[in-house]
Design a protein around this ligand. Structure first.
Ligand code: AMP
Ligand code: ZN
Length: 116
């Protein structure tokens, strides 16, 4: 996709701090980290969101999920981490290229969303 920021990162047209890359997947640090460890895992294939995955993506998504804990540990998350996939308008997705946030550090992360 020509104008997709994460496709541009995958094509190296926009710089990023890469922590992992293979033929299918890329992981790079989030530009606005919310914790000491905050990286994004993306498929190189442009898939808009989790709501757009198909049967044919099963192996790719499985590979991404298997990578998440390995990379988290490599980045120093040896006592847990959080994985977030914002999806669509209600999910607060800002970049419409599927990505898994992996967030962690030394301290316990704040709780999940609470509705008043
Ligand atoms: P989301 O709300 O899940 O779509 O989050 C998109 C994430 O992409 C945000 O956490 C942004 O900080 C991050 N982001 C946007 N542009 C870049 C970039 N050029 N390099 C790294 N992370 C980015
Ligand atoms: Zn894209």
């Amino acid at each position: 996709m020509d104008n997709c920021i994460f496709c541009k990162i995958a094509r190296r047209e926009i710089p990023s701090h890469r922590i992992y890359e293979d033929e299918d997947i890329l992981a790079f640090n989030d530009i606005h980290p919310v914790a000491p460890v905050h990286f994004l895992l993306i498929p190189k294939l442009h898939i808009e969101s989790l709501a757009d995955i198909q049967e044919c993506h099963q192996a790719l998504i499985g590979k991404m999920l298997l990578l998440a804990p390995k990379l988290a540990k490599e980045q120093g998350c040896d006592d847990g981490f959080r994985t977030i996939i914002n999806t669509g308008r209600v999910g607060g997705q800002e970049v419409f290229h599927l990505h898994f946030h992996v967030i962690g550090g030394r301290e316990r992360l704040p709780g999940m969303i609470h509705y008043g």
